[in-house]
Design a protein around this ligand. Structure first.
Ligand code: SUG
Length: 459
């Protein structure tokens, strides 16, 4: 597998660095971990270190690994937009804490760490104009997440700045019914990173369908078909390169709020739960046909996980499908799984079966402790945005964003300097958090070589 400096086209994982206000506010109805940890005390320092350790583990496997910075939280500009004025930022925070505590907690969420929801990305091999295309996700279905879009757009434009290589779209417009949750509902299949890809978009509902045609759901669907279609269209995909598949109501109702909670793909492999989609057998047959049509002589290696081996509820509890599937060498893949998968005996047994089964290229499993993020419903795959890049495109990026033996210890030291070890939802009204976060982010943006990407002045 190529490293960040090699000449081959490869997938780069950009991981979201956990922000200093990581907390458990129970903001995501339909995400069982988020709701069940509501009000618990978090450890932002541990969360950020766990995330960094995952990045380093992947870099040590020889995979190109980069980082995306956190957003400013509390989001003072949002509180001001909601009518909280004051002489100082601390006044704004105090007024929001007094009159709108729920809004305050939404503006304090460090949810931007889950960058699988930051954007949808199309590599230059697949787009109509030969550039890498980015559409920041509108995240319209959750208030706290919708505040991420503008900063995400600024950050991506700053990192992927060269217009010769990169093109940035506006987010898909519309109210929450037109929700777009980015790469978490998008998978690209190809014989290797350099080949043209088949782009598969999973959606929960059709925003413009008659209400009588909507799936009956206990939990909200977050991705609209129309939003996925808009992204594919804007990125210039050919009709034979895009497929749209619908999540099953049973999966959404069990807590599958994104496709990456119930399926994972990499190169020519799709690992999926048999109840993931509305009529899964038909969906998988269609994907296999579309793949062979695009790549004559090649087949998509589809690995079905039956409900009798793993129930939907255990899939959600273990987050097995939120593993990252990465290519270590041609024909050799590794599963980067949450530590919980090793602790639940039935899931561990299934992973052992998967890696010993000669029918798929998954040869290794690495179990990673991401408990702080997992308690908010964010596993390994949620924390990363995949961007397939040529060598020339990688060279066009700021040097400071890569995780390596030099940057990793500096980032660890930065976290230890700035992050608290305990944060409860009641601490979110502490005005010291504003300065602590800003000081941390100001130092970070200099370290990463990004200049001022934030809405506040760097000192
Ligand atoms: O959007 N959790 C996130 C988790 C996102 C996981 N991402 C992917 N599956 N790709 C969400 O539900 C919880 C925040 C809180 O409750 O404090 C939260 O936003």
């Amino acid at each position: 597998m190529p490293s960040s400096s090699s000449t081959a086209t490869c997938e780069v994982n950009f991981d979201g660095l956990v922000g200093p206000t990581h907390n458990y506010a129970g903001l995501s109805y339909g995400n069982i971990a988020s709701i069940s940890h509501r009000g618990a005390a978090s450890n932002p320092r541990r969360a950020a270190l766990q995330g960094l350790a995952k990045m380093k583990a992947l870099a040590d496997l020889g995979l190109p690994q980069a980082v995306l910075p956190p957003h400013e939280r509390p989001a003072l500009s949002v509180l001001r937009a909601f009518g909280f004025f004051g002489k100082t930022d601390a006044d704004v925070l105090a007024a929001a804490a007094k009159h709108a505590p729920a809004l305050l907690s939404a503006t304090c969420s460090a949810s931007a760490m889950w960058v699988a929801n930051a954007a949808t990305v199309t590599p230059s091999s697949d787009s109509a104009d030969g550039r890498v295309h980015f559409t920041p996700a509108n995240l319209a279905s959750k208030l706290h997440r919708s505040f991420e879009t503008s900063q995400t757009a600024r950050t991506l434009r700053s990192i992927f700045a060269n217009p010769e290589h990169f093109f940035h779209h506006e987010p898909v417009p519309g109210p929450h019914l037109f929700g777009d949750e980015g790469a978490a509902n998008h998978t690209r299949f190809a014989p290797s990173a350099a080949h043209r890809g088949l782009h598969v978009y999973a959606y929960g509902h059709q925003a413009l369908a008659h209400p009588a045609g909507q799936p009956l759901l206990r939990f909200p669907s977050r991705q609209a078909l129309e939003a996925s279609e808009a992204v594919a269209r804007a990125h210039g995909l050919r009709a034979d390169q895009a497929a749209f598949i619908q999540q099953s109501a049973a999966a959404i109702n069990t807590g599958v709020f994104h496709n990456d909670v119930i399926a994972v793909g990499n190169d020519d492999v799709l690992l999926y739960h048999e109840n993931a989609y509305k009529n899964t057998p038909k969906v998988v047959a269609a994907l296999r046909a579309a793949y062979s049509n695009l790549h004559h002589g090649h087949t998509l290696n589809t690995v079905r996980v039956p409900a009798r081996r793993l129930s939907l509820a255990d899939a959600v509890r273990s987050y097995l499908f939120n593993s990252q599937l990465v290519t270590l060498a041609p024909g050799k893949m590794a599963l980067i799984a949450p530590a919980e998968c090793a602790e639940i005996p039935s899931v561990r047994a299934y992973v052992d079966h998967l890696i010993s089964d000669g029918k798929n290229p998954i040869a290794e499993a690495h179990f990673i402790d991401l408990r702080e993020s997992m308690s908010n419903g964010g596993g390994p795959a949620c924390l990363r945005l995949r961007v397939t890049l040529t060598a020339a495109e990688r060279i066009a990026l700021p040097a400071g964003i890569w995780i390596n033996d030099d940057t990793y210890p500096r980032l660890v030291a930065w976290v230890k300097k700035h992050y608290r070890e305990k944060l409860s939802p009641s601490d979110l009204c502490d005005p010291n958090l504003i300065t602590e976060s800003r000081n941390a982010l100001a130092e970070l943006s200099i370290m990463l070589g990004l200049g001022n990407i934030y809405p506040f002045q760097l000192n």
